[in-house]
Design a protein around this ligand. Sequence first.
Ligand code: ZN
Length: 251
Amino acid sequence: MRTKILKDLLTLSHELGREDRGLAMLGEGNTSARFGGDTFLVKASGTCLGTLKKADVVECRSAKVLPLLEKEGLSDQEIDNALLAARVDAKAKKPSVETVFHAYLLSLPGINFVGHTHATTVNQILCSPRARDLAEHRIAPDEIVCCGVASVFVPYTDPGVKLAQAIRRQTEAFIKKHQRQPRVVLMQNHGIIALGATWQAVLSAMLMAEKVAKIFVGASALGGPVFFSDESIRRIAGRTDELYRQRALNL
Ligand SMILES: [Zn+2]
């Protein structure tokens, strides 16, 4: 089981790191997976998604990372020390600076894989005055199937513990409002996080979000996009044929 989780995480990382997809280059982006009772796997700092290998993945203890969400005013050094102390193997590489938000999102029920990238077209919108529209509205049926009825929107926040705290705040508000888990988190002037039960669900949400962002940008040049009504979104999200498609696609 653990071998399969590691293999799936590497596959997801390689798919997200493919240069032709424009999601992440060089050291951009990171991935993680729930790895059993109290630990998870996360990409090491400074490694590359497209070529990620076993030695670039760090196993961390959730119980050592999650308490950072409650702390205020930690120095960069204190955060570094806490992340290094969270490793199961003291010889493993340093976990990604974004390990804290991975630990939080993997603690949500049913979430086994998380992927984060700086997807080019998604970021065209997230770096524009219309960033919030991309999160709060829907424009295509398959967007609802793969990315959910809406996305969590996080105003720009300094990466690291502060960002993880903002993600938790906005995700909790989203769950309260929509009564369901988010599939996508959009971070202003930064990038996108996709989360799901399987690595395929994470990849599908990421690729669909990037495709929808292209449609959004194109439709904006023509005076759009025209957004779905809440009623249409509810209807598509609840359709049995769409639910069947979700299951068939392992989403
Ligand atoms: Zn990032």
